[in-house]
Design a protein around this ligand. Structure first.
Ligand SMILES: NC(=O)c1ccc[n+]([C@@H]2O[C@H](COP(=O)([O-])OP(=O)(O)OC[C@H]3O[C@@H](n4cnc5c(N)ncnc54)[C@H](OP(=O)(O)O)[C@@H]3O)[C@@H](O)[C@H]2O)c1
Length: 230
């Protein structure tokens, strides 16, 4: 079996996912990265496996199997890949809502389901759902359809935490406000330097997954500005 813990990470080509993968590699983890263009995004190395993965298409079972074959264990999944289509719930098309639903909710649920037995065997399995502050409140009409899916992502994390608790699995919903990535820059009403950095989210994730089973973190809200509750 591989020395060092093993994490499966979605959406590691850029943004928050790239920062998390880089941080975990720095910390000595092995990573299996689900990527839409694996050959171009990361080079394979002893600690890095890449796997072709499109969250809209499924195939999480087909990814977990080679990850286990390569590393022999799975200690964490980081469900990070996400899409934000700025639409009102009163106007969004079925197609656009389906796209967000499939990437932001259904894919993380399928990945958790596929990895659950291995996470249980780890004894300290960790599930990180990169949700959003839009999973905690509806900040605007234009983010309301996204918020619908991210509220479901937060519920997913809570359900997984309860489902896996006896097996030592701990699940956390990470709920950032604006983060300086392509997604954040496309929608934030202020400059990137005023947003939370992807590296700070990666540091928080690295800290959370290192906590012992006796320190379960259900949710973390992270903000670069003051809101009444966050
Ligand atoms: N940035 C923010 O302000 C912010 C705030 C709160 C929460 N979040 C959440 O944080 C997570 C990461 O976002 P980010 O800011 O890093 O966004 P980003 O820079 O736009 O990156 C999104 C990542 O998700 C991947 N992805 C999108 N659709 C996919 C699909 N169908 N299959 C596989 N991968 C897919 C992308 O892959 P490609 O590179 O192949 O396109 C990319 O790696 C998302 O869940 C997002 O909702 C972001």
């Amino acid at each position: 079996m591989t020395q060092g813990r093993v994490a499966l990470i979605t959406g590691a080509r850029r943004g928050i996912g790239h920062a998390i993968a880089s941080r975990l590699l720095h910390d000595g983890w092995n990573v299996s990265l689900g990527l839409r263009q694996p050959q171009q995004d990361w080079q394979e190395s002893p600690a890095i496996q890449t796997f072709p993965y499109d969250a809209t298409r499924g195939g999480e079972d087909e990814w977990v199997a080679p990850a286990l074959a390569r590393f022999g264990r799975i200690d964490a999944i980081i469900a990070n890949a996400g899409v934000m289509i700025p639409q009102s719930v009163a106007e969004i098309s079925d197609e656009d809502l389906d796209t967000m639903w499939r990437v932001n909710v259904r894919a993380p649920q399928r990945l958790a389901r596929a990895a659950f037995p291995a996470l249980g065997q780890s004894g300290t399995g960790r599930i990180i759902i990169i949700a959003s502050l839009s999973g905690k409140r509806v900040a605007s009409v234009s983010s309301s359809a996204y918020a619908l899916t991210k509220h479901a992502a937060v519920a997913l994390a809570h359900g997984l935490r309860q489902a896996g608790f006896e097996q030592g699995i701990r699940a956390t919903a990470i709920c950032p406000g604006f983060v300086a990535t392509d997604m954040g820059r496309a929608v934030a009403p202020f400059d990137a330097e005023d947003m939370t950095s992807p590296g700070d989210i990666a540091d928080i994730v690295a800290d959370v997954i290192d906590l012992p089973n006796s320190a379960s973190v259900a949710e973390l809200a992270i903000n670069c500005r003051a809101e009444p509750s966050f």
